[in-house]
Design a protein around this ligand. Structure first.
Ligand code: 1CP
Length: 361
C-alpha cells in the first residue's frame, strides 16, 4: 500500500494525484481559505518515533543517513504512515550545504553538529560552490524516491537553511546560544561576511532548484536564528540573502511556493515578506495571532504556530490552543504547524491528537 492511500478509502472521489495544484497545502499556499487547514509538523521525522530511532541506528553516522537515498526516503515517509499529514518533508539537514562547500561536518552524539570554523577571509575563500550539485546529488534521488510513493493529497516539501542560520554554525564551528561569533564577524569584517552570504545564497539556490526539479512541490527556507539582530544586520544577513535566493530560484524557472521561516523576527516579519519575495511565511509561537492575522496574513499565507511545548504537554491546553490558531487564520491561506520542531520526548499520542483535531475539529 502506498503512503497516503489509507486515508482516502472512505473519502468521496479521490483527487487526481497528477493535478498537484489541487493538494490542500498548495491551495493554502495560494492564499485560499479552507474549511480545515492542511497540517505538517516541523521535524515530523525524528527521534519521537521508535521506527526513526531504529532506522537511525542502522546508519554509521548522521551525514551518511542523509546521503543514503533509501534510508532518507524511508525516514521521510515514516510519519506519513502514522498520521494524516498534508505534506512530507524531505529528510536531510541544513548543514549539508556547508559540507558540500568544503567544510568538515560531523554530528557528535549528545553535542550536536561540529564544523571546521570559517572565521576569516582565507577560510571564506577556501569554500567553493562548484561541488554542491555533485555532493548533494543523493538528496535529489531521495526526493524522486519519495515523490514516487506519495499519493493523494500529500505534497512533498524540499528545504534548505537560510544563509544566516547556516553561517552561524559555520562561523561558530558548532551550534550556539546567541550566535555571538557570527554577529561579531559580520560587524568586524563586513566584506568577508558579505562574500560568505553571496556564496551561500548561490549554493542554496542551486540546491533548492535541484530539489524542485526532482519533484519537490514546496520549498522552505529555515532561518532558525533570525532573532536578536539589529535592523542593519537583519537586512544584510536575513533579508538580502533570502531575496537573492528567491530571485535565483525564480530565474531558474522554478515556480513552486517558497515558505520563509524567519524564526523570532517578530515585528520585522511584514518587511521580511515584502522584501524577500517569499510566497508564504512560517510563524514561531511568539507571534500573536491577532497581530499576524491583521499584519501578516493580508501580505502572504501563514504557517504555524503551535508552541512545541504545548504539543509535549498535550491535553485540554493543547486543544484550546489548536482551536484558537485554526480560528484566527481561517479567513485566508493557512498551513497548520508548530512554532518550532517537535521534541524527541513528545508522546506519539499527542501528535496523533494534534493532527486529528486540526483535520477534523
Ligand atoms: O537523529 C538525530 O539524532 C539527529 C537529529 C537531527 C534530525 C532528525 C538533525 C541533526 N537533523 C535532523 C533532520 C532535519 N533537520 C530535518 C528533517 C525533516 C523534518 O523536519 O522532519 C530538517 C528540516 C532539519 C533542519 C535543521 N537542522 C534546522 C532548521 C530547523 C530547526 O529545527 O530550527 C537546524 C537549525 C538544523 C541543525 C541541526 N541538525 C541536527 C542538529 C542536532 C542540529 C542543531 C540544532 C541546534 O543547534 O539546536
Amino acid at each position: 500500500m502506498h503512503v497516503g492511500e489509507r486515508r482516502f478509502m472512505s473519502d468521496p472521489p479521490m483527487p487526481d494525484p497528477l493535478i498537484s495544484s489541487d493538494k490542500s497545502i498548495l491551495k493554502a499556499l495560494r492564499g485560499e481559505a479552507q474549511a480545515r487547514p492542511p497540517i505538517w509538523v516541523m521535524r515530523q521525522a525524528g527521534r519521537y518515533l521508535p521506527e526513526y530511532r531504529e532506522l537511525r541506528q542502522r546508519a554509521p553516522d548522521f551525514v551518511s543517513f542523509c546521503l543514503t537515498p533509501e534510508m532518507a526516503a524511508e525516514a521521510t515517509l515514516q510519519p506519513l504512515r502514522r498520521f494524516e499529514l498534508s505534506a512530507a518533508i524531505l529528510f536531510a539537514d541544513i548543514l549539508l550545504i556547508p559540507m558540500a562547500m568544503g567544510c568538515d561536518l560531523r554530528f557528535v552524539k549528545g553535542e550536536g553538529p561540529k564544523l571546521s570554523p570559517v572565521r576569516d577571509r582565507a577560510s571564506v575563500d577556501a569554500l567553493t560552490t562548484d561541488t554542491v550539485s555533485r555532493t548533494l546529488a543523493p538528496v535529489t534521488e531521495t526526493v524522486a524516491r519519495v515523490k514516487e510513493q506519495l499519493e493523494g493529497d500529500v505534497a512533498l516539501i524540499g528545504f534548505a537553511g537560510a544563509p544566516w542560520t547556516v553561517a552561524t554554525y559555520m562561523i561558530e564551528g558548532e551550534g550556539s546560544r546567541d550566535q555571538w561569533a557570527a554577529r561579531v564577524f559580520a560587524y568586524e569584517d563586513p566584506e568577508s561576511f558579505g562574500r560568505l552570504m553571496t556564496m551561500l545564497s548561490a549554493a542554496t539556490a542551486e540546491y533548492l532548484v535541484m530539489q524542485a526539479e526532482a519533484g519537490a512541490e514546496v520549498l522552505k527556507i529555515f532561518d532558525s536564528w533570525a532573532s536578536g539582530l539589529t535592523e542593519d544586520l537583519f537586512q544584510r544577513a536575513v533579508i538580502e540573502p533570502t531575496a537573492d535566493i528567491v530571485r535565483q530560484v525564480r530565474a531558474a524557472g522554478v515556480d513552486v511556493p517558497i515558505i520563509g521561516f524567519p524564526r523570532g523576527a517578530g515585528p520585522a516579519i511584514p518587511r521580511y515578506v515584502r522584501e524577500t519575495g517569499v510566497t508564504a511565511v512560517a510563524l514561531d509561537q511568539s507571534v500573536p495571532l491577532n497581530w499576524a492575522r491583521e499584519n501578516v496574513q493580508p501580505l502572504a499565507p501563514v504557517q504555524g504556530n503551535l508552541d512545541n511545548a504545548l504539543l509535549r504537554a498535550g491535553g485540554p491546553a493543547m486543544d484550546a490552543a489548536i482551536d484558537a490558531i485554526v480560528e484566527a487564520f481561517a479567513g485566508g491561506g493557512h498551513v497548520f504547524n508548530l512554532g518550532h520542531g517537535i521534541t524527541p520526548e513528545t508522546p506519539i499520542e499527542n501528535m496523533a491528537r494534534l493532527v486529528n483535531r486540526v483535520r477534523h475539529g
